[in-house]
Design a protein. Structure first.
Length: 162
């Protein structure tokens, strides 16, 4: 049986901070429609890789950091990221780690629910949504997932456990 462990202490936190940096990159209007939520994808990746060691506290902290940096309602992204981490761990335990079709389905479900919760909160607050363009990051998340998952695989090593 294989057990995945981070390559160095703080590897998970480093990837989360890099993902947060990518989340806050300024993009022009055309590209902003397709910008995936990098933190949600990183949380999903680590929930699949470190199933038993995934932290809801880390998801909550990254959500609060995203809330503060984006100027949204305090707790909006925190709720979404905790939901992403929890659902990813629960559904990830039932799937084969190397099955990409199952991973695509998981990414679609988890990121779709994350975006749906954020849309619901935005509508309650009276903020306008972008119509169909709002769902662009879901499509780009599906496209970018294999490459992002491959990139983050450099931050952990599989070890055989007796």
């Amino acid at each position: 049986m294989n057990q995945n462990i981070p390559r160095f202490t703080g590897a998970v936190w480093l990837t989360m901070l890099i993902a947060e940096m990518f989340n806050n990159l300024p993009l022009s209007g055309e590209w902003m429609v397709w910008k995936p939520d990098w933190v949600a994808l990183a949380l999903l990746h680590w929930a699949l890789i470190l199933r038993q060691d995934s932290s809801l506290f880390m998801a909550f902290f990254m959500g609060l950091l995203t809330d503060v940096l984006s100027g949204s309602l305090l707790g909006q992204f925190a709720l979404g990221y905790v939901m992403v981490a929890y659902i990813s761990v629960r559904l990830g335990l039932r799937m084969t780690p190397d099955a990409y079709v199952q991973q695509f389905a998981l990414v679609f479900i988890v990121i779709g629910l994350f975006m749906l919760v954020n849309l619901w909160i935005s509508e309650i607050l009276g903020q306008a949504s972008g119509g169909l363009a709002y769902w662009g990051p879901l499509i780009s998340s599906l496209v970018i997932w294999p490459f992002y998952h491959w990139f983050l695989s450099y931050f952990y090593t599989p070890r055989k456990v007796a």
